[in-house]
Design a protein around this ligand. Structure first.
Ligand SMILES: O=C[C@H](O)[C@H](O)[C@H](O)COP(=O)(O)O
Length: 225
């Protein structure tokens, strides 16, 4: 089975968690894209979706799924479905490889349940092999890079086509490599508290409730507290 086959298998498995007649939260990335394409098949069962990025909003809209602004939603979203760059057996994640971490964390916090969809390559014992994305205010990027280095990793400004990568929110991203994150909730809080940091791509305090993990012998369901 290819990695794409595994992503498709978890995208399909996630459909059973979509409640009828509701607005749901939808994440960003290649696994989320498989999910959006599966969601399109049952689009008449939902009212619509809140998107965690412009790319996701465009893909939802291209399938004729109504996209809602979070500001127009007055009740918690029943479910948020998204991928991860790394996930532990306790449901803590690194996210933001696609640069959508801030909107992802906002929508996750607006949702009753976070269902992570991931292939088995994403399961790790200790977070940090994947460089930790940190979205920052552009004028503070060098200052914050020096502060992040104190945690032992190497922060590098994310680039795209020779220029700093700019998020949907107009900010830049520092990718911190070389970390071994043994206490994700603690590091999430510490990095969040650095002035000028918008969001750290550690999702421990707002971790997943459930992970549908695509393995070569089938989809496994990992439930977290
Ligand atoms: O910013 C992007 C998101 O956090 C993605 O959910 C994450 O990067 C995983 O993406 P993929 O499903 O493409 O591996």
């Amino acid at each position: 089975m290819s990695q794409d086959d595994l992503k498709l298998s978890v995208a399909r498995a996630a459909i059973q968690y979509i409640p009828e007649g509701k607005i749901i939260g939808v994440g960003t990335g290649s696994t989320a894209n498989f999910f959006i394409d599966e969601l399109a098949r049952i689009k008449n069962r939902i009212v619509g979706a809140v998107a965690s990025s412009r790319a996701t909003a465009d893909r939802l809209a291209s399938h004729g799924i109504k996209v809602f602004d979070l500001n127009d939603i007055t009740e918690p979203l029943p479910v948020y479905i998204d991928g991860a760059d790394e996930i532990t057996a306790k449901g803590a994640m690194i996210k933001g490889g696609g640069g959508a971490l801030t909107r992802e964390k906002i929508i996750a916090s607006a949702s009753e349940k976070f269902i992570c969809i991931a292939d088995e390559s994403k399961l790790v014992d200790i977070l940090g092999k994947f460089p930790l994305p940190v979205e920052v205010i552009p004028m503070a990027s060098q200052l914050i890079a020096r502060k992040l280095a104190v945690f032992g990793g190497k922060p590098v400004l994310r680039m795209k086509e020779g220029k700093p990568f700019v998020t949907d929110n107009g900010n830049v991203i520092l990718d911190v490599s070389g970390l071994q994150i043994k206490d994700p909730a603690n590091l999430e809080e510490k990095i969040n508290n650095i002035v000028g940091v918008v969001t750290v791509g550690l999702f421990a305090r707002t971790g997943a409730n459930l992970c549908l993990m695509g393995c070569s012998d089938g989809v496994k369901t990992l439930a977290f507290q």
